[in-house]
Each structure stands twice: as C-alpha cells, then as structure tokens.
Ligand binder design. Sequence first.
Ligand code: VLZ
Length: 134
Amino acid sequence: MPVDFSGTWNLISNDNFEGYMVALGIDFATRKIAKMLKPQKVIKQDGDSFYIHTTSTFRDYSLQFKIGEEFEEDNKGLDNRKCKSVVTWENDKLVCVQTGEKKNRGWTHWLEGDDLHLELRCENQVCKQVFKRA
Ligand code: VLZ
C-alpha cells in the first residue's frame, strides 16, 4: 500500500479549470457558476477500493472503483459523456485513464506534504487543483 488518500479535502487552488471545462464542451453559463465553486472531496480508500465524492453548492459527483478494474463512467452532471475508465498506481500517484470520445482524458492524484493534488486532463487542456485537509 503506497499512499493513503483517505480524508476530507477542501479546494484551495484551481488552475485552468475553465480550459478543462471548455475542452469538455461545458456551456458558458455552467462554466461561469462552476469556476466560482470551492468543491470538497471526501476520499475513502480501503485496500484497492476507492470512493471519491466531490461535493459543491452546485453539483456533486461520486466515483467508486477498484485499482486495475475497468468501469463505465457516466460523468453525470459534468459533460454527461460515457467513457471506460481505469485507475492504476504509478508509484505513489493514482492515475485514471478515461477512454471515450475525448482524447487524452484522465486525471492524476498525488500527495505533496499535507496537500492533495489533482491534475485533470482533456484534449490539450490541463487543470491543476490543490486541496488541504478539512
Ligand atoms: O475528480 O473527475 O478526484 O471524480 C466538480 C463538480 C467535480 C462541480 C469535478 C460541478 C470532478 C462542475 C473532477 C459542473 C461542470 C473529477 C476525480 C478525481 C474523481
């Protein structure tokens, strides 16, 4: 077991979320609201099983997966495009590849000191988020 991401995390920075949302085809009105949000993540990690719940005052998104097991992701409330997702460990980083209509889609989580980092990728856009423990 490399790292434990379990906990409640509050967003403190959100670089190029706008570019990421544009790449996903999120409409202007939704982007305007979404970029003001300070989402919270609750992560439950139990062996190879993960539960990641991202909550905000506007929309919530939850994800459950096991390392190395491909699953159907519906991205409900985000861009609503279905994709096949798989999450693996790359050293101490948790890497998700989301295969579907959008090229180069996925995300990576890692810890740096006391902070949780998240890189969100879609096409040629990279969003970088940092969270602190609640
Ligand atoms: O995170 O894929 O932790 O799913 C933002 C909700 C959730 C706000 C973003 C509403 C999900 C936005 C990011 C409306 C367009 C994500 C994964 C890694 C787990």
